[in-house]
Write a protein that binds this ligand. Structure first.
Ligand code: IVH
Length: 680
């Protein structure tokens, strides 16, 4: 095949595949099988690679492969407003009545209010060029490469679309994908997402777009914006957009007067339970653009649209028993085991009862029938107890006198909400909680040790104190067997393989470079959150100085009061804690704030570009390393670039550009060796 023939074939395949995609996702009328589609896609992928040519709307971009470490900001051409909302139909009527005289004659458009995150897709000459998150409504983040992996997002528009058009909508994750993703996370010992909205938001901000491609996100368009008005109303614009290949959802209705809107709301009040994705209401929009313009907006909300919110779904179920969970600070939380009940797409089996005040105030007994609610927010909650249905064998939930795990006496002060296990030193869940806190994101961020893995190391007796992490060896970890319960109740066994072990050891090693304030936070001193730790680290400069400070001196640090100062003093007066610090110091953790080190001039006059993901070092740290040695870090490749330092999964475009300009591409290790740079 000649270059010319190859390009012609690439163009043909691109157009064909985009057409099939449109027929599948917009028309709901697939013309070829998944297998045939995949064959054509593979052929295209291969040709693009071989002939180094790709159309801007190539469907191969849906597979992902781009790594974005930081999502740059970009202003919105038109502000992305929020919506005023109400749970009360009469308020909705009043909302419009306030500004529109003859409501009966007005056309409205009713749409579902999809529960995800807003996205703006900009098409220039029909090609999707930019996708922006809402951000603060004025400036969003550019997430184009990730959005291109979403299967129903058109990469090119068809027909007589305007030269510049912005399609806004919601990115959602259907329940099925959400449940699957959480099951996987659970299996890997990772923290599951609280709800599909968080899962969609988290997925869209993944750095590796090929992972986004696997998350099965969906685009639900709800708005069309152009430079100059080309339509007279919203409904017309949405229908036209459908002709361009925009996957306008079928949950949209043109309504004459508010009565028809009310019917739509009532229709979906019941239908919503069967929808494969989450919604939290209905959006009602004035159809006419002219009237929309006349009504205008406040700083936050348009006056021509409002959201009617459905009351959160509730379900009635019975409390079968109550467990007591012990947290890292020793607080004992009552958790109710429920008769399993389906709620907003997931089965709820357990619900926290928060604390003993909550139990008392709501008079909750074991065996009670309770209403649980999931308000789209994180965890389900008990909202009401059916006292009339209380069975005769129901009994009250009282604060335990001894710890349910270690049997030590508890501390409970009448009138206070919390009960504590007093055995801070050896109560297993407290120790485990402290370890989990130590490795957590805002602390040492040892991300390869999710909750499941750290629990395993703890249970096997390999790690009892944070300092033990730094003594772990390859042989201790290799072949360890972890058990998981899948959501369908099966037990799965997974062995630690070479790669897992290497990654764990690498991330433990990497944590040694975490700055002093993170270490201080990780120690888990009572009342010291991550912001407070930063503050203290900044003022004390080192742990040694902090240890010598008197209560009065500590109180001089902004935001530190008597209680926090006392908990610092108490913590350092415990010999076990001093021992922990000695061991962590020996392991090489940071216990001082780095004063500006004398800079080396090894990289003077050299410009670097960093690309891809680095396992050995975080990108910010690499940047710092270059700068403290006199080099400069540039954000994009140009003829001024001297070296491109490449991590894993570097984008092909960067590599190509570096090759074209003859810029040497080196790895992190090569960089260290070539310039004799010492690691931080
Ligand atoms: S229209 C100015 N329509 O709800 C009007 N928004 O609470 C802009 N949303 O930020 C929004 N479904 O992310 C509109 N059918 C729909 C929607 C919808 C979900 C989201 C959107 C918006 C938020 C406002």
């Amino acid at each position: 095949m000649t270059q010319e023939e190859a390009i012609a074939r690439i163009k043909y395949l691109t157009a064909e595949l985009n057409k099939y995609n449109y027929l599948y996702y917009v028309k709901n009328a697939p013309q070829i099988s998944d297998f045939e589609f995949d064959q054509l896609l593979k052929e295209l992928e291969q040709l693009e690679k071989q002939y180094n040519y790709r159309e801007p709307d190539s469907p191969t971009q849906r597979v992902g492969g781009y790594i974005t470490k930081e999502f740059p900001n970009q202003p919105h051409r038109f502000p992305m407003l929020s919506l005023d909302n109400s749970y009360d139909w009469n308020e909705v009527v009043t909302f419009f009545q306030r500004n529109i005289p003859n409501l009966e004659e007005i056309e409205f458009v009713a749409e579902l209010k999809y529960d995800g995150l807003a996205i703006s897709c900009i098409y220039e000459n029909g090609i999707l060029t930019t996708a922006l998150t809402r951000g603060d409504g004025k400036v969003g983040e550019v997430v184009t490469n990730n959005v291109k992996t979403i299967k129903n997002v058109p990469l090119r528009l068809f027909g007589d679309h305007p030269n510049w058009v912005e399609i806004r909508g919601e990115i959602i994750m259907p329940f099925e994908s959400f449940n699957k993703l959480n099951a996987e996370k659970d299996e890997n010992g990772e923290e599951p997402f609280a709800n599909p909205r968080n899962a969609a938001a988290g997925s869209l901000k993944l750095q590796d777009s090929s992972l986004v491609a696997k998350r099965n996100l969906q685009f639900m368009p709800y708005d069309v914006l152009s430079e100059t008005p080309i339509f007279t109303n919203h409904y017309e614009a949405m229908m036209k957009a459908k002709e361009w290949g925009v996957p306008v959802p079928p949950y949209i209705k043109l309504c004459h007067g508010l009565n028809e809107v009310k019917h739509f709301i009532e229709e979906y009040e019941t239908k919503r339970e069967k929808l494969p994705f989450g919604i939290d209401g209905v959006v009602i929009k004035v159809n006419s653009y002219k009237l929309q313009q006349q009504l205008g907006s406040t700083a936050k909300y348009p006056r021509w649209a409002v959201a009617y919110k459905y009351k959160p779904e509730q379900a009635l179920t019975q409390i079968i028993s109550v467990d007591y969970q012990v947290g890292r600070t020793g607080v004992i939380t009552p958790v109710a085991n429920l008769s399993p009940v389906l709620l907003s797409g997931t089965t709820v089996k357990r619900v926290t009862l928060h604390n003993f005040d909550f139990v008392k105030q709501n008079d909750i007994h074991v065996k009670d029938y309770v209403w649980v609610e999931k308000s789209g927010e994180i965890i389900p909650n008990v909202v009401k107890v059916e006292i009339d249905k209380r069975p005769s064998d129901a009994y009250p939930i009282s604060p335990p006198r001894s710890c349910p795990v270690c049997n030590s006496p508890t501390r409970y002060i009448e009138g206070e909400p919390f009960v504590y296990c007093t055995n801070e030193k050896t109560c297993p869940p407290q120790l485990l909680g402290k370890l989990q806190h130590f490795v957590s994101k805002d602390a040492m961020n040892i991300e390869t040790l999710g909750e499941g893995k750290i629990e395993l190391l703890f249970k096997k007796g390999l790690v009892k104190s944070p300092a033990d992490l730094y003594d772990l060896t390859y042989d201790q970890l290799y072949g360890l067997e972890n058990e998981y319960e899948t959501p369908d109740g099966k037990i799965r066994k997974v062995k630690f393989q070479q790669k897992t072990v290497e990654n764990i050891l690498k991330s433990i090693e990497k944590s040694k470079a975490k700055p002093f304030d993170r270490v201080l936070y990780a120690l888990g001193i009572k009342n010291i959150g991550s912001v407070m730790a930063k503050n203290i680290a900044y003022y004390a400069k080192s742990l040694d100085k902090l240890m010598q400070m008197s209560k009065e001196e500590l109180c001089k640090i902004p935001d530190i009061g008597d209680i926090t100062a006392q908990s610092i003093i108490d913590w350092f007066s415990d010999p076990d804690n001093l021992d922990l610090i000695q061991r962590l110091k020996k392991a090489g953790l940071q216990f001082t704030i780095e004063e500006d080190k004398p800079k080396s001039e090894k990289l003077k006059g050299l410009n670097f570009v960093i690309s891809g993901v680095f396992v050995e070092i975080e990108r910010d740290e690499l940047k710092k390393l270059i700068e403290t040695n006199g080099g400069k870090v540039l954000s994009s490749i140009s003829s001024n670039t001297d070296y491109l330092i490449a991590g894993e999964n570097m984008g092909p475009a960067k590599r190509q550009k570096a090759n074209e300009l003859g810029i040497p591409i080196i790895s992190y290790q090569e960089f260290l060796e070539k310039f004799k740079i010492e690691q931080i």
